[in-house]
Design a protein around this ligand. Structure first.
Ligand code: OOG
Ligand code: MG
Length: 256
């Protein structure tokens, strides 16, 4: 087994067993970005071999609030599978995660294929729907601390997602108000403009970044544009809801 396969196994097992591991860069301080994405791809291959299905990609660290919260300031991406989907309104099982956090996001659903260098206009023309969403991120690293190669290898902390109803993107999505509330109290407030100034730029970046790895955004794929505010650490018993102006609402409860 090569070193990259061994590291992919390590992050995959940590996710499966909800157990924290030390940062890979503690052991391999020179781990490069290309190797980190190779580890991610290998760990996702393990999931697909277990029968999970690819459903799209997530973008990460596309807002200042997120970059500041985790101390990494590069846009990253990760792969999504059907096993990560939670039903809207569902109860999440806290025991299945290491230290889960929820963050408000916007999700695009592709109507047409998109890959490589594209304009914002071309990107929007390929979108068939947009929905409010929350991502459940759960770093597999101890204390939710990592360097850029660590988080990339760990599939960009991807863990779960809950998606609301899709609507046609027939209006301007660039500056919609966003409120994440916990038990009815607003806890994080922001705007879709926090995503690179306009969330479509995250979609443009997704098309470019997946193409660097020989992949594309396919019809039916979803693309999560990235957290709009800092993420909220989840505690058992909480009711966590995100409202996005003009798009609607998604919610989960946190069970044990
Ligand atoms: C890294 C993943 C970032 C986002 O939306 O910015 C991310 C992390 O915060 O653990 O999902
Ligand atoms: Mg996210």
């Amino acid at each position: 087994m090569t070193a990259l396969h061994e590291l992919a196994l390590r992050v995959d097992e940590a996710a499966r067993n909800a157990t924290a591991i030390p940062q890979i860069t503690d052991e391999l301080p020179n781990l490069g970005i290309d190797d980190a994405y190779a580890i991610q791809a290998l760990s996702i291959r393990r999931r697909l071999e277990r029968g999970e299905r690819r459903i799209g990609v997530k973008m990460g660290l596309t807002s200042r609030a997120k970059m500041i919260q985790v101390g990494v300031d590069e846009v990253i991406w990760g792969r999504l599978t059907d096993a990560m989907l939670l039903e809207e309104g569902a109860s999440l099982s806290r025991a299945r995660y290491v230290h889960p956090r929820a963050e408000p996001e916007v999700v695009y659903r592709m109507g047409r294929r998109l890959a490589g260098k594209v304009t914002a206009l071309e990107a929007m023309a390929a979108v068939e729907g947009v929905a409010p969403a929350m991502e459940i991120i759960d770093s597999r690293y101890q204390a939710f601390r990592f360097a850029l190669p660590d988080v990339i290898a760990d599939n960009s902390s991807s863990s779960g997602l809950v998606i609301g109803s899709f609507v046609k993107p027939s209006f301007d999505l660039s500056n919609l108000g966003v409120v994440l509330s916990v038990d009815g109290m607003p806890r994080q407030i922001g705007s879709t403009a926090a995503i690179l100034g306009n969330p479509v730029r995250s979609l443009v970046a997704a098309a470019r970044m997946v193409a660097q790895w020989g992949e594309s955004l396919e019809p039916g794929d979803i693309v999560m544009a990235g957290g709009i505010t800092a993420a909220h650490a989840l505690s058992i018993g909480e009711y966590v809801q995100t409202d996005i102006e003009g798009l609607g609402r998604v919610a989960i409860t946190v069970g044990d």
